[in-house]
Ligand binder design. Structure first.
Ligand SMILES: [Cu+2]
Length: 678
């Protein structure tokens, strides 16, 4: 019998700090369905973190309505992961009143606790809110009159209104729109003309901008009406197969040169699924899903040793670089503003995902508190990713090569115009990667008054401007490398200077710096710089180094700058997290969102800037890594009428966590259906 890997890979130096003794760590999971003894036997034991069921959502809504009002408009009904019982966090509005209410609803005891909410807080814009904003604009007589008079658009169905959050600046203080001095719940809607039900309306932007108050259900202002109406583009630029024939300069029919590629797994996939618990090769983990982060990975373990306690994508900052009004406030915090889970797609077998697929459905609440199901929201499958390793003994010609496979767990969010494709990969080499692919539609506009050529964008189709922007992401990684207590060191590769200590000029070395406190740990990315998250109590018996996973930024896509807006800009005030590539904090259960729980219309400063001002110790603690990364997007004509995927992302690589290449036990295989076609 092969010894369990963890029995011989590491030496525990301080058994008192092993995971089993870390009650706060284990208390992350509700205990209702798990006895203390089973919960404490292994950090990799599946814990009951299942998302709320339809029944639980309905019950949470019923109890909340009883407590608040029958008119409650729900923004959030989600699992409270840290409660010992099954419980929901509920956030609701009672329009036209502007105050948000946050409740803790214990689903076992039916007890309700009111939780504090910052004054003026605006909860996430739900799918129902987005549809409502469009409905309000289309029903508004002033908007109808304006688009008829200015552009001759009389068919309201040909008007498309993209709902964008408003991040307060200048005279857009939400208090200025209501006579009773309550805050307006603002949505600004970028307008387009659609010439056919499946027309690419981003080829036909309209310049006026209605702004809606969702609570009062009114259009509070329409901007841009003082400008003489510009000519709207009428060029058809389509990607929908039904409308290719209308294209004026792009292909008018589908190509016929592609022959099929099939992904066949005759014996089925190599993973096993038990509820939300997954095992694949040496990995085990639990899948979670919520309205805001979408997919969450819990308790990610390799060979029964913990690596990450919880991993998810927790915020985005998307600034647009155009100073012409009203675009100076064009930006979005897509996670906090819209909720990636709310934006999740229902995926299509054989199209979005190839091979032997296991899908997980997502259950979310609508604004009435009624549950609905997004079928096939999370896709899980294996992919061949080329060679894991290869060597030829050149003296004999003997070759050993192994195919690498990865387990892909993914979901796709459509946030108004954009698609974000989120992929977590577990690899045969012990790595965990997160790749984000960006696709969908550029948010286009007309040139501003006085512009004869784009000063902050690129013309991507006749008369269609696409502004330069950034997509800055933040991943939250509750690390648990071989136990709960971890530390972080920054690792740089440094060339030695010339001199007597470097007589041959060939010295370059690794420099490691322990990050001791939250202020120490706000670091930029740099060439060859990594961050090593290590367990200070466990050493690799081969190398003598502390067992670790290192965070390697930009293993997908090109190296990118941090958030480029100035510190006092509307985006930076809320999106400070994106100014640094990493932040490290000691774990606190209520520190979840780096731009705060309510970024929409906030004043900024919440989240990471506020927490880290305490400058707490992060040495030998249960820690959270906040990794910011992204894409600076200078649009190209090739990004239109639909963007080919652009990638960004990072990798957590084992660094002396294992005794050697974990793939040496992968058997040789020859894939028999491959053919020579030469
Ligand atoms: Cu972009």
């Amino acid at each position: 019998m092969v010894a369990h890997a963890s029995q011989y890979v590491v030496s525990g130096e301080d058994s008192s700090s092993t995971l089993n003794d870390q009650q706060p760590f284990l208390s992350m999971a509700p205990a209702a369905e798990s006895s203390p003894s089973t919960r404490e036997t292994s950090p990799c034991h599946p814990l009951p973190l299942s998302p709320l069921s339809a029944t639980e959502i309905r019950e949470a809504a019923r109890l909340s309505r009883e407590y608040l009002s029958d008119n409650a408009r729900f923004s959030v009904i989600t699992l409270d992961e840290v409660c010992q019982n099954r419980a929901a966090i509920v956030i609701a509005l009672l329009p036209p009143d502007a105050t948000a209410h946050k409740l803790h609803v214990n689903l076992v005891t039916s007890e309700i606790r009111q939780l504090p909410v910052p004054e003026g807080a605006q909860p996430v814009l739900t799918p129902d809110d987005c549809h409502l904003a469009e409905k309000i604009v289309k029903a508004d007589s002033r908007v109808r009159e304006l688009i008829s008079k200015r552009y001759g658009i009389d068919d309201i169905d040909s008007l498309v209104c993209d709902p964008w959050s408003v991040h307060v600046s200048g005279n857009y203080a939400p208090l200025s729109f209501r006579e009773d001095n309550q805050a307006a719940r603002l949505v600004q809607t970028f307008l387009y003309r659609r010439d056919h039900p499946v027309d690419n309306h981003y080829a036909h932007p309209i310049d006026i901008l209605p702004v809606v108050d969702l609570n009062m259900r009114t259009v509070v202002t329409v901007e841009g009406i003082e400008r003489a109406p510009p000519t709207l583009s009428s060029t058809a630029v389509n990607y929908h197969p039904d409308l290719l024939e209308k294209n004026e300069y792009l292909p008018t029919q589908t190509r016929t040169t592609l022959r099929p590629i099939q992904v066949v797994q005759p014996k089925g996939p190599s993973f096993t699924v038990n509820g939300y618990n997954v095992e694949w090769e040496k990995w085990s983990f639990t899948i979670g899903f919520n309205y805001r982060e979408g997919l969450v990975l819990h308790n990610v373990c390799h060979d029964s040793r913990s690596v990450v306690k919880r991993a998810s994508l927790v915020e985005m900052a998307v600034p647009y670089a155009d100073p012409h009004p009203p675009f100076e406030r064009k930006c979005a915090f897509d996670v906090g503003d819209y909720g990636l889970g709310y934006c999740a797609n229902s995926l299509e077998l054989g199209c979005d995902c190839l091979g032997a697929i296991h899908y997980f459905d997502a259950v979310l609440p609508d604004s009435r508190g009624e549950p609905y199901v997004i079928r096939k929201a999370v896709c899980m499958h294996e992919e061949d990713v080329g060679l894991l390793h290869k060597h030829v003994e050149y003296r004999t010609g003997h070759s050993e090569s192994r195919r690498a496979r990865r387990l892909v767990v993914s979901f796709i969010a459509t946030v108004v115009n954009y698609e974000y494709l989120f992929y977590w990969y577990l690899h045969h080499d012990g790595s965990i990667s997160h790749e984000i692919k960006l696709s969908g539609e550029l948010s286009t506009n007309l040139l501003s008054e006085g512009e004869t050529h784009p000063t902050a964008g690129v013309i991507v189709a006749p008369g269609v401007n696409a502004q330069i922007h950034q997509h800055m992401f933040c991943a939250r990684l509750e690390m648990a490398v071989d136990g709960a207590q971890n530390s972080v060191e920054e690792v740089n590769l440094v060339a030695a200077e010339e001199g007597s200590h470097n007589p041959f000029g060939n010295i370059f070395r690794v420099e490691s710096t322990l990050l001791r406190s939250e202020q120490d740990a706000q670091r930029d990315a740099a060439a060859a710089r990594t961050w090593r998250i290590f367990n200070p109590h466990k050493s690799n018996t081969i190398s003598g180094k502390k067992v670790a996973y290192k965070l390697v930024p930009y293993t997908f896509g090109a190296f990118q700058p941090p958030l480029l807006t100035t510190d006092d800009s509307a985006v930076s005030k809320r999106g400070r997290f994106a100014k640094k590539a990493i932040w490290v904090t000691p774990y606190r259960k209520d520190e979840q969102f780096p731009a705060g729980e309510f970024p929409t219309q906030s004043l900024g400063g919440d989240g990471l800037p506020s927490w880290t001002s305490q400058n707490r110790s992060i040495v030998d603690e249960r820690i959270v890594i906040w990794h910011s990364f992204g894409v600076a997007h200078v649009p190209r004509t090739e990004d239109f009428p639909i963007m080919p995927c652009e990638s960004t992302g990072f990798t957590l690589k084992p660094d002396c966590f294992l005794m050697g290449n974990p793939g040496v036990d992968i058997p040789r295989s020859v894939e028999k259906s491959s053919v020579c076609c030469s």
